[in-house]
Design a protein around this ligand. Sequence first.
Ligand code: NAD
Length: 304
Amino acid sequence: MAERIDGRAVANLLDEKSKAQVDEMLADGLHRPGLAVILVGDDGASHVYVRRKIKACEKIGVTSIERRLPADTTQDALLAVIAELNADPAVHGILCQVPLPPHIDTRRVLASISPDKDVDGFHPVNVGRLSTGTGGIVPCTPLGVMILLQSVIDDFVGLDAVVIGKSNIVGRPVANLLLDAECTVTVTHIYTADLPAICRKADIIVAAAGAPGLVKGEWVKEGAVIIDVGITRVMGDDGKEKLLGDVCFDEVQHAKAVTPVPGGVGPMTIACLLANTVQAAKNLQNGQLTASDYDDAPDRSMFT
Ligand code: NAD
């Protein structure tokens, strides 16, 4: 049987670590980390995510600042709110919940967040830092993927890794992090020829396609480690919503370890958001900027 990687347990450990860091900061006379969450409009799912993020802040002692704006907020008004939060010394992380209403240019808005407070890691400066292996803030889900991998793999050097999906929020950053860890990385996508053959050679498979049951047992080599990022919501026969991953969990039990859906990558994302916020708060208050002002790649081993 493959080891079932328990994302909730790893996320709890990370939360404990973040909480201890907050306590240490306060003992050192630094300010409590503050995370500002901006929500524009009435997207139901976004409201749920924001509520979860605020609850998670309370758990580890991060101050949460909420800015709820109406759906007809102009782009200029939103940019003004971000400029104010960029300048506020009590705010160390800024997150603008997407999707934004269609009259707002999402890329422009995300690029207006200070790279040093961009705890989602979507600012072009942070994306550039990650793709050149020179630090910056790492997007939360990819960071969660790496921490889960670190929980079962001691040495990444020379391992063959396959990433399924090439999106900016998951596939590409995960590929860069695996490259940083000295893996040989193949990034695949919907037009990749013979994906099963590519997967069969892999020591690590990170599936982030949003295609339920894509990765079959026969695609997986004995002893591989599989991280299933995919989440597809379907209605079960009992009328209840079910979450489906990209991997046929029951078929891959000859793997070394695999994440379940739900309970794998999902719980890691918010824990990583808070870890990023605490790190940004430390860096800003210590005068060491996260994104714009240092040259060495940081140690991203957050699990150990
Ligand atoms: P996306 O739609 O932006 O990108 C999907 C990628 O997968 C594309 O590059 C596409 O070419 C590739 N792909 C799609 N079907 C494929 C197939 N049959 N074979 C090979 N490649 C295929 O999606 P995304 O935003 O990167 O998210 C991917 C999945 O991860 C989704 O299910 C999403 O819900 C989930 N997700 C989960 C979390 C989390 O916290 N657990 C966070 C973000 C995304």
